[in-house]
Design a protein around this ligand. Structure first.
Ligand code: PRT
Ligand code: ZN
Length: 286
């Protein structure tokens, strides 16, 4: 049987859609029927396991799966022997401490001698130790945000993304313990063939992620301002410049980073650029 790279991804939940989309954008096709536990890719040497996110680090540590996609919060809380290969840019959140909105909170000394409810006892314990605060960690398995309201704890430590859960439960965020996003983890020792397949996968992931942050831009530029316009658009090597049928004008093609996009567009317009078209890029290989 040919060697396959076994990847574990979340079966359902917040990381499921983005994990699937990433693999599909990497050109890896597979059927993922409801309630399926594993499947094989049609066009890439890969087997996909669908698991609860909490179990993924253990499966990778035990080499039942070679690699996995999981939130950093889970890896560091579970403290498993796995290697983080690549950040994936989705599933972003933060582990924060929150207290009742009307509490007077000035600094983390507030927590001294208090009770903190969390599903992340290890990470919270480390935080308290660093800050030299003695507080009681009360581990619960879910619905952490209701703990202060029912008198179970004075504070909570939980994942936050928009902040609306805290708000709806009358809480305010007072400390951020750490920032998390989805990452690709791997077993520390992979066979040669698995290693090669992983390299191929990482190459594709980087190309997909780079493309997501970059746009292809086409515009018409008056030749007298061409130098200035080109300096705004460094491109991958340098922009492509082609003469237009209309004398005195050129067509300029390049790529721009999404983060600088609006600022560059404004400068281009000021430099006389016209007919600016911006299109998404599917893959980007440097
Ligand atoms: O069933 P399974 O065990 O696989 O899933 P799960 O229910 O344990 O996890 P799931 O699907 O909720 O989250 C999977 C991963 O998504 C987490 O481990 C994080 O890495 C990441 N992630 C990103 C989040 C959030 N954002 C998030 N907001 N995980 C949980 N939340 C919860 C949080 O616990 C709180 O209840 O959402 C609520 C807060 O959200 P806001 O937007 O109101 O602030
Ligand atoms: Zn979970």
């Amino acid at each position: 049987m040919p060697t396959r790279l076994r990847i574990a991804i979340q079966k359902s939940g917040r990381l499921y859609d983005d994990s699937l989309k990433l693999l599909k954008d990497c050109g890896i096709d597979f059927k993922n029927g409801i309630n399926k536990l594993k499947t094989e890719a049609d066009n890439f040497p890969m087997e996909v396991f669908f698991l609860r996110d909490d179990d993924i680090p253990q499966y990778v540590e035990d080499a039942v799966a070679d690699i996995g996609i999981v939130g950093e919060n889970v890896i560091y809380e579970k403290n498993k022997k796995v290697i983080v290969s690549e950040k994936l840019g989705f599933g972003k959140c933060r582990l924060s401490i929150a207290v009742g909105r009307s509490e007077q909170y000035t600094d983390c000394q507030y927590l001294e001698g208090r009770k903190i409810a969390t599903t992340y006892p290890l990470l919270v314990g480390k935080f308290l130790q660093e800050k030299k605060i003695r507080a009681e960690i009360h581990e619960i398995s879910g619905s952490v945000e209701i703990a202060p309201g029912i008198g179970l704890a004075d504070a909570i430590a939980d994942l936050v993304s928009s902040g609306s859960t805290l708000f709806m439960n009358g809480l305010k965020e007072v400390e951020t313990i750490f920032h998390s996003e989805a990452v690709l983890i791997r077993h520390p020792l992979l066979g040669n063939e698995q290693q090669q397949i992983l390299e191929k996968l990482l190459f594709r992931i980087r190309a997909v992620r780079k493309a997501r942050h970059t746009k292809y831009i086409l515009l018409n530029a008056p030749n007298e301002n061409l130098r200035e316009i080109i300096s705004l658009l460094p491109g991958m090597k340098s922009p492509t410049v082609l003469p237009l049928a209309e004398p005195g004008w050129s067509s300029v093609h390049s790529v721009v980073n999404e983060d600088d996009f609006w600022e560059i567009i404004e400068k281009l317009k000021l430099a006389g650029a016209q007919g600016i078209l911006v299109v998404p890029i599917e893959k980007m290989i440097l």
